[in-house]
Ligand binder design. Structure first.
Ligand code: NAD
Length: 502
């Protein structure tokens, strides 16, 4: 680990006006507030509105009122508006990058090249699909029948999102929901609300009032009130599996369906014939991009025994050189974790794995950086060795910059270990053997399998998991089906009726 030594002028994001809820096209003040903390310094940088239960209900009603006219807008209109939304997001990438760095510690260099273009690309992708929503004509044997389906929007969508990639996750939910004609109430994470409130401000002149509403506050209060509202037609959630269980229980009481994008424990299998330099480079990106706070992180490295030591040596050598520092510093490669609680949680996971026998090869301890970063939430890039994969480090989602190195003997061993555990989001295999690549891809139980790469989530490829990683697919054409329902139109073409009565 290296600390950035290049001097720079710290310039945290500052909102143009105090933040408020967005309900029915208006900014609505709240009685209660909470602080947004800059994770690089631990200092409060802005104040956030905390919605009460009445305001959550008002947001749902505003979305409900906006629904009849929004659903009647033509697909071409929705296409145009989604395209304009993307243009608005892309207009000032530097401003977004500063906001995301200040908000959740995303290094400046990543926010500009990853978050902003990806958010815009998602909006543009669904803009394209908005004009291509099709039903089916059902082949029916009866000659006098015409049966077809049309896709219809559902109503008010409640979108609950986490803090790690707020504008990407927001676009993942908002774009298909709006493209299909629904209206939305968003509940951002309490650790990343400003970017969502800024997004809503930016869309003020693009979207009609009530189409996009935002309520901020804490999950167990504001989030819980939103998912329990009987006027919500569907919940779309990205977050942890434990939260998902609470939400599913609440949704069950009002019979509201849900899309669940949950956590993961991504197993990267490196075979003996792999291009080792490429595999090490991809493993480093796979775990340390976005400070390791990524659902599809390469958080288990299963390496064949013949190349295990060489892999470990190269990985550790680069991990030690990663520049850790202020997220707002352009020289920083790796920023702070989002909060003190998250840093302590991750440290607790490391301590437990070590107590169970895992061995830290690099990192694993909090970092004290010089002022003004001494109050920040730093934890260096970490590699633990757990050769047999028997500790909690190899099982639990840590959701931080910690990956575990395991040693495997053969393909069956690697696949069995990768498939052990409750998650099934992302997995990958590195090999030069074509047949093995496809065979292993087929055997891995995951929503996404990468071959000789990691961390590529192209817009258009369905994103989602199996098992405890959730259900439903985002980012793809089939996502349009998640936000619409088929209506059957069954037409009688006959001119006569058989006499059955009287
Ligand atoms: P979280 O589950 O704590 O919170 C997610 C959202 O749910 C937040 O807005 C939160 O306020 C809200 N919430 C919390 N409790 C609630 C309740 N009782 N009722 C209603 N809403 C509630 O998750 P997090 O810590 O913000 O994010 C990290 C998790 O998200 C990790 O598990 C990660 O793997 C997952 N994640 C998954 C994906 C994916 O696409 N599969 C993407 C990013 C993050």
């Amino acid at each position: 680990m290296t600390v950035s030594a290049v001097p720079f002028l710290r310039d945290p994001f500052a909102p143009d006006a105090p933040y408020a809820l967005r309900i029915g096209g208006e900014e609505i003040a709240t009685v209660a507030h909470f602080d947004a903390i800059d994770p690089s310094t631990g200092e409060t940088w802005t104040r956030l509105p905390q919605a009460d239960a009445e305001q959550v209900a008002a947001a749902v009603q505003a979305a409900r009122r906006a629904f009849p006219s929004w659903r009647r807008t033509t697909p071409a209109t929705r296409q145009q508006l989604l395209w304009q939304m993307a243009d608005a997001v892309e207009a000032d990438p530097a401003r977004w990058a500063r906001l995301l760095a200040t908000e959740n510690g995303r290094p400046l260099r990543e926010a500009t090249v990853a978050d902003v273009p990806t958010c815009a690309a998602i909006l543009r992708y669904f803009s394209g699909l908005a004009v291509d929503q099709r039903g089916d004509q059902i082949p029916i044997e009866a000659p006098d029948s015409l049966v077809y389906t049309v896709r219809e929007p559902l109503g008010v969508i409640a979108a609950l999102i986490p803090w790690n990639s707020p504008i990407i996750t927001l676009a993942n939910k908002l774009a298909p929901a709006l493209a299909t004609g629904n209206t939305v109430v968003v509940k951002p994470s309490e650790f990343a609300s400003p970017s969502v409130l800024e997004f809503a401000r930016l869309m003020e002149d693009i979207l009609p009032p009530g189409v996009l509403n935002v309520v901020t506050g804490f999950g167990p209060e504001v989030g819980a009130a939103l998912v329990a509202d009987p006027d919500v037609a569907k919940i779309t959630f990205t977050g942890g599996s434990a939260t998902a269980r609470h939400i599913m229980a609440a949704a069950g009481r009002v019979l509201t369906p849900a899309i669940m994008e949950l956590g993961g424990k991504g197993a990267m299998i490196v075979c003996a014939d792999a291009d080792l330099d490429a595999a090490v480079a991809d493993a480093l990106t796979g775990i340390f991009m976005a400070n390791g706070e990524v659902c599809v992180a390469a958080s288990r490295l299963l390496v064949h025994e013949d190349v295990h030591d060489a892999f470990a040596e190269r990985f550790v050598e680069v991990a030690r050189r990663i520049v850790v520092g202020d997220a707002l510093d352009p020289a920083t490669q790796f920023g702070p974790l989002v909060s003190a609680a998250q840093r302590d949680r991750v440290l607790g996971c490391v301590a437990r794995a070590v107590a169970e026998g895992a061995e830290p090869l690099v990192g694993g301890h909090p970092l004290a950086l010089p002022a003004p970063l001494d109050g920040g939430f730093y934890l260096g890039p970490t590699l633990l060795r757990d050769a047999e994969g028997v500790t909690s480090g190899s099982r639990d989602e840590i959701f931080g910059p910690v990956t575990v190195l395991e040693r495997f003997r053969d393909e069956d061993d690697a696949v069995a270990r990768a498939n052990a555990g409750p998650y099934g989001l992302a997995a990958g295999v590195w090999t030069r053997d074509l047949a093995r690549a496809h065979r292993v891809a087929r055997r891995l139980e995951a929503g996404i399998v990468w071959v000789n790469r990691w961390f590529d989530l192209p817009v258009g490829a369905p994103m989602g998991g199996v098992g405890d990683s959730g259900f439903g697919r985002e980012l793809s054409a089939e996502t349009m089906r998640e936000y619409s329902a088929p209506k059957v139109v069954n037409v009688d073409l006959s001119t006569e009726r058989p006499l059955l009565w009287g």
